[in-house]
Design a protein around this ligand. Structure first.
Ligand code: NAG
Ligand code: NAG
Length: 423
């Protein structure tokens, strides 16, 4: 067979293997790429006093306003889709007679079908929080324990598209049994709902093979906070466990490092770039938590960077990893589309300056590396673009060429290397 055909067969086998060689995960047709959206929690927490804090309280108006802004500010056009209510939406008790969960009657006066319709009419999707245990994490509402079927049905009746299931108050509950059981009840409703599990976060030795079989997403690290420190801790946790974490992610099933905190108070511009780039490398859900009305223009531009969202949403769905770590430098690499005519894939590469470089921790740092050391071996070379300035073509680099980059403290530079064809 001619050389080119031979390579396309190899390529097809490679893609098939990514699919078949891994253990089958949950197959509900959802989250073929990591979900994009918005969730209330990190920014709005559990504010329930709508008289004192009308703009910040967890209420239908917050979610309606957010749905409006996702569309009017251009976020939905680049893919942000899920509007997700986190904790603190419930009445303290179930309905006495039907035992159904109820939304807080003052803060959600028109009920969740009203809100869900409102969100759907904007072309967006509706996500809702619950807890597998006795109570929700903020103590405000009843957990699902004892009511899996009822609650799954209630969620389906509210036309929920995405369920975040937390894991607080789980004394005497075996998560390895409970999460699959709730997932089966979701499935039985017949309504496709993304199933986001906090399951591994609550275990010392998570069984990711099992988790992947039942969940579309799973939280593997602490709740994210609005700081560089929190972002870098989450990155380090992934790095330590990446051998296990990368094995199980792929179309339909993703590691979830928690929300994007861009657009709030404590993450500077450099750290904002950093979180976005690394979340794209990880194939993480991109779920913002911010007040969309007050996001500064330069941060909004980052959040709407199509080239970086494109890396996150790459159809191969292979999560990246940290391949080099020394002193202040980390290098994170992810295989992405497109392939060249010999079946060589492209790379997204993030160079991180974590900001502890001696003798000047808070200075920009110049770093150079010969590309083949990163595994970039295509003899004809790679065309390179800066993903933060994607129109800028930085030229052709061969495997033996040095690539030089200058990285700001607590910052990142982020490039895509696309292999040129071989003739
Ligand atoms: C239920 O599970 C089956 C088998 O995995 C799957 O084909 C189907 O899409 C699922 N349905 C829903 C609504 O999740
Ligand atoms: C990876 O998973 C294996 C098998 O579950 C476990 O024994 C090991 O401790 C895990 N490694 C890390 C770093 O968590």
């Amino acid at each position: 067979m001619p050389r080119e055909d031979c390579y396309s067969v190899l390529l097809a086998l490679f893609v098939l293997c990514i699919w078949l060689c891994s253990v089958a995960g949950l197959e509900n047709g959802l989250a073929r790429t990591p979900p994009l959206g918005w969730m209330a929690f990190e920014r709005f927490r559990c504010v329930t006093d709508c008289v004192k804090f009308p703009r910040d309280c967890i209420s239908e108006s917050l979610f309606m306003r957010t749905a409006d802004l996702l569309v009017s500010e251009g976020y939905s056009a680049v893919g942000y889709e899920y509007v997700i209510i986190d904790d603190c939406w419930m009445e303290r008790r179930r309905n006495e007679i039907t035992k159904e969960l109820m939304p807080d009657r003052e803060r959600f006066p028109r009920g969740l079908n009203f809100l869900s319709d409102y969100i759907h009419n904007k072309g967006l999707k509706f996500g809702l929080y619950h807890d597998i245990g006795e109570k929700t994490c903020m103590h405000l509402g009843p957990g699902a324990n004892g009511y899996y079927a009822k609650d799954a049905e209630t969620f389906a009746n509210w036309n929920v598209d995405y369920v975040k299931l937390d894991g607080c108050f789980i004394k005497n509950i075996n998560l390895d049994i409970a999460y699959p059981a709730f997932g089966r009840e979701l499935n039985k409703t017949g309504r496709p709902m993304v199933y986001s599990c906090s399951w591994p976060y609550y275990q010392k030795h998570p069984n990711y093979k099992l988790i992947k079989k039942h969940c579309n997403l799973w939280r593997f690290a602490d709740d994210i906070r609005d700081s560089f420190d929190s972002v870098s801790k989450t990155m380090f946790k992934y790095y330590k466990e990446q051998h296990n974490l990368t094995k199980h992610a792929g179309p339909g099933n993703w590691n979830d490092p928690d929300m994007l905190v861009l657009g709030n108070y404590r993450l500077g511009y450099e750290a904002s770039r950093l979180q976005l780039a690394i979340w794209a490398i990880l194939a993480a859900p991109l779920i913002m938590t911010n007040d969309l009305q007050t996001v500064r223009p330069e941060i909004k531009k980052l959040l709407q960077n199509r080239a970086i969202i494109g890396v996150d949403q790459d159809p191969l769905g292979i999560p990246g990893r940290c391949v080099y770590i020394a002193g202040s430098i980390q290098i994170w690499v992810r295989p992405v589309m497109p392939f060249n005519n010999m079946g060589v894939h492209s790379y997204a590469v993030a160079f991180v300056n974590i900001g502890n470089y001696e003798p000047c921790p808070l200075c920009p740092l110049t770093y150079e590396i010969v590309l083949e050391r990163l595994g970039l071996q295509n003899n004809m070379g790679y065309r390179v673009i800066d993903l933060f300035v994607p129109i800028q073509d930085l030229g052709l680099f061969k495997p033996k060429d040095k690539f030089i980059t200058r990285i700001n403290p607590s910052g990142v530079t982020f490039f895509k290397f696309t292999p040129v064809d071989i003739y």
